[in-house]
Design a protein around this ligand. Structure first.
Ligand SMILES: *Cc1c(COP(=O)(O)O)cnc(C)c1O
Length: 346
């Protein structure tokens, strides 16, 4: 019993030597060298060289911002790649299983399917809390990973720290806390608890608060031992040069980032105030994210009516516990006025 990284890592991954690329052996930063090692086109156009496979500059920047060593960081082509790498490093196809807590982010189930890994679903309680006892009871010796999203998509709430700590302390596999929406929450990140929990992986993304969904950049924070395993299996050049450059630029735009985050939080507050007074809206759930889940009288009908008015929202009604719910992303002030006006007309 107890968490043991070596024993939960797939045998083939444990035995693997990572591919060493030309740019791993020698970086082109700084030194005045002649690079004839990677069969690149020699004529400089700014992008003729392979990108840094270890993304050193970007990781150092994130390390400074988050207060962790850069050896605790893995970058991927969106959180989607990061999550897939976690599956592939630790879950043996047709043998191992993971535990998820629907209603939640759909990619955990998709990735389990792609990797031929059983997905054991333990629904949230009616109040959208983690059913910790049932999740732990669902685990057996082949349970490798628990995935939770906190704040959770689509319910928008953040899970109780005590519940998450109980999972971390009583589950012998990895606990992945997907913090895609953490910037919109009043509570801090689990990143500051990495030292206390050797089985914790925190994932974050550039796609939401940082406004960079288009560059595809996801991040995992975990112990160096876990990151070393993931580094063994990641494609060498999985984060392209344009993405690395644009991400650095965005991280340096601190004033813009803070002002956009502030506006989104203000707008969320306005929507939270306006939605409950609208006839077709029956219930509005608390939000720690940049979206709001609301129960309506007839989700299919209201969804279609909004489309007819040129507004696309997400119908989450097929998700467990989410009958007749719509999910509204917080838009610009103008977009939110348009949404409220349209909802009032229904
Ligand atoms: C939007 C979202 C992400 C982001 O995924 P990327 O691949 O990084 O764009 C991750 N997790 C959850 C729960 C999300 O809702």
């Amino acid at each position: 019993m107890g968490f043991d990284l070596n024993s939960i890592t797939r045998e083939n991954v444990r035995d693997l030597k990572p591919y060493s690329s030309a740019r791993d052996e020698y970086t082109d930063s700084g030194a005045d060298m002649v690079f004839l090692d990677a069969n690149e086109n020699p004529f400089d156009n700014g992008l003729n060289r392979y990108p840094d496979p270890q993304q050193r500059i970007l990781k150092q920047k994130l390390a400074d911002i988050k207060g962790v060593p850069s050896s605790f960081i893995l970058l991927g082509n969106g959180s989607d790649e990061v999550l897939d790498l976690i599956f592939r490093a630790f879950c043996e196809p047709h043998k191992d299983n993971v535990i998820t807590a629907p209603p939640t982010y759909g990619m955990y189930k998709v990735l389990a399917g792609i990797n031929a890994v059983e997905n054991r679903e333990v629904y949230l309680t009616n109040g959208f809390s983690l059913d910790v006892e049932a999740m732990l009871a669902a685990a057996d010796k082949n349970s490798k990973i628990i995935f939770i999203s906190s704040p959770n998509n689509p319910t928008a709430n953040r899970f109780d720290d005590t519940a998450i700590r109980k999972l971390l302390e009583n589950f012998d596999g990895l606990v992945v806390i997907d913090e895609a929406y953490i910037d919109f929450s009043t509570e801090g990140s689990w990143i500051r608890k990495l030292e206390d929990h050797p089985n914790l992986i925190v994932t974050q993304t550039f796609s939401k608060a940082l406004g960079m969904a288009g560059i595809r950049l996801g991040v995992a924070y975990a112990s160096q031992a876990i990151i070393d395993v993931l580094n063994k299996i990641k494609p060498p050049y999985n984060v392209n040069a344009l993405t690395q450059l644009r991400a650095m630029e965005q991280l340096n735009n601190t004033d813009l980032n803070a002002s956009q985050l502030g506006q989104i939080l203000d707008e969320r507050k306005k929507l939270m105030a306006a939605l409950p007074g609208i006839p077709c809206i029956k219930q509005v759930f608390e939000s720690d994210a940049n979206f709001i889940l609301a129960r309506v009288d007839d989700a299919g009908k209201r969804y279609d009516e909004l489309i007819a008015k040129g507004i696309v929202v997400r119908n989450r009604s097929t998700q467990p516990l989410c009958e007749n719910t719509l999910r509204f992303t917080v838009g610009t002030p103008e977009e939110n006025v348009t949404l409220i006006k349209a909802l009032k007309e229904l």
